[in-house]
Design a protein around this ligand. Structure first.
Ligand code: MF3
Ligand code: CO
Length: 256
C-alpha cells in the first residue's frame, strides 16, 4: 500500500528533509584527506541530535551508525571505520533523519581533494541520472517512467546500473512501498498520486554492475573494484509535479 501524506505529515517531512540537507552541508566542509569515516559519523550524529532529529540508520536492523560512508568501490551501506580518507577518494554519504515520527533520506557522493577524471565523470552523470528520474515525477506518471529514465541515461553514459538495490517510498518508516528500481520500462509499475513521497536513488558504477556483500552483511562493493557513486533525494509528488524535500543548500560546494 502506498500511503498518501496529509498536509500535516508533509510539513513534518519537509522539516526532516531540511535536517538531512543541513547535515550534508555541515559535513561536506570536513570531507578532506586525513579524516576518518568514524569521525565524520560522530560529527553527523551530534549535529543531527542538536537539530532535534534522530539518526534513523543507527540501530536499524543492527546497523551500527547514523551515516553510511561508502568509499570508492563501496556502492552503499559502508560502515564508518578508522579508515582515513585520502586525496583522490570519493565517498558516498547516505543518511536518514527522523523528526516527530517522519523520515527524510538523502545521499550524495563527495570528492576528497582532487579526483580523477573518471571519478568526476561518474559523479557528474550519477547525479544527472538522479535528476532525470526525478523529472518524471507527477501525478499519473508510473514508477517505471522514473526507472526507465535513470537506466536510459546511465546506459547512454556507459555506466553500470546496480540492480540489487532500489529506491523506495518513505514516511513514518524509512522504507515504505513502492519500490523504485533504477532500471525498468516506461508506463510499468504503480502510478504516482499527489501526496506520495518517494526516494529516488541511482547507484551507478564506472565498470560492471555486479556487486557483492562483505562478511559484515552490510558493505556492498563492486565485483570489479571500480568506483561507484550514489545520489538520493526524498521527493514529494505535488499537484503540478514534484518537490524535493532534501534540497542541496550549497550547490557551489559541489565540485570544488
Ligand atoms: N538510505 C538508505 C536506504 O535507502 C538507508 C539504509 S541504511 C541502513 O536504504 F543502514 F539503515 F539500512
Ligand atoms: Co534511501
Amino acid at each position: 500500500m502506498i500511503s498518501i501524506k496529509s498536509e500535516r505529515e508533509i510539513a513534518l517531512m519537509r522539516e526532516a528533509g531540511l535536517m538531512v540537507s543541513k547535515t550534508h552541508e555541515y559535513l561536506q566542509k570536513y570531507i578532506r584527506p586525513g579524516i576518518t569515516t568514524k569521525e565524520l559519523n560522530r560529527m553527523a550524529e551530534e549535529y543531527i541530535l542538536c537539530l532535534g532529529g534522530i539518526p534513523t540508520c543507527k540501530g536499524y536492523e543492527g546497523f551500527p551508525s547514523g551515516l553510511c560512508t561508502s568509499v570508492n568501490d563501496t556502492v552503499v551501506h559502508g560502515i564508518p571505520s578508522n579508515q582515513k580518507l585520502k586525496e583522490g577518494d570519493i565517498i558516498s554519504v547516505d543518511m536518514v533523519i527522523g523528526y516527530k515520527g517522519y523520515q527524510g533520506d538523502a545521499a550524495w557522493t563527495y570528492a576528497v581533494g582532487e579526483v580523477s577524471a573518471d571519478k568526476r565523470y561518474l559523479m557528474e552523470h550519477t547525479e544527472k541520472a538522479l535528476y532525470k528520474g526525478i523529472e518524471q515525477i507527477k501525478p499519473g506518471a508510473h514508477i517505471g517512467d522514473i526507472s526507465s529514465a535513470i537506466e536510459t541515461y546511465a546506459k547512454e553514459h556507459h555506466l553500470g546500473v546496480v540492480e540489487e538495490l532500489c529506491g523506495h517510498g518513505i514516511g513514518r518508516e524509512m522504507h515504505e512501498d513502492p519500490e523504485v528500481p533504477n532500471y525498468g520500462i516506461k508506463k510499468a509499475g504503480p502510478r504516482l498520486k499527489e501526496g506520495m513521497v518517494i526516494c529516488v536513488e541511482p547507484m551507478l558504477t564506472y565498470g560492471d554492475k555486479a556487486i557483492y556483500i562483505l562478511e559484515d552483511n552490510w558493505t556492498v562493493k563492486t565485483e570489479d573494484g571500480k568506483p561507484a557513486a550514489h545520489y538520493e533525494h526524498t521527493v514529494l509528488v505535488t499537484k503540478e509535479g514534484y518537490e524535493i524535500l532534501t534540497p542541496r543548500l550549497n550547490e557551489e560546494y559541489l565540485y570544488e
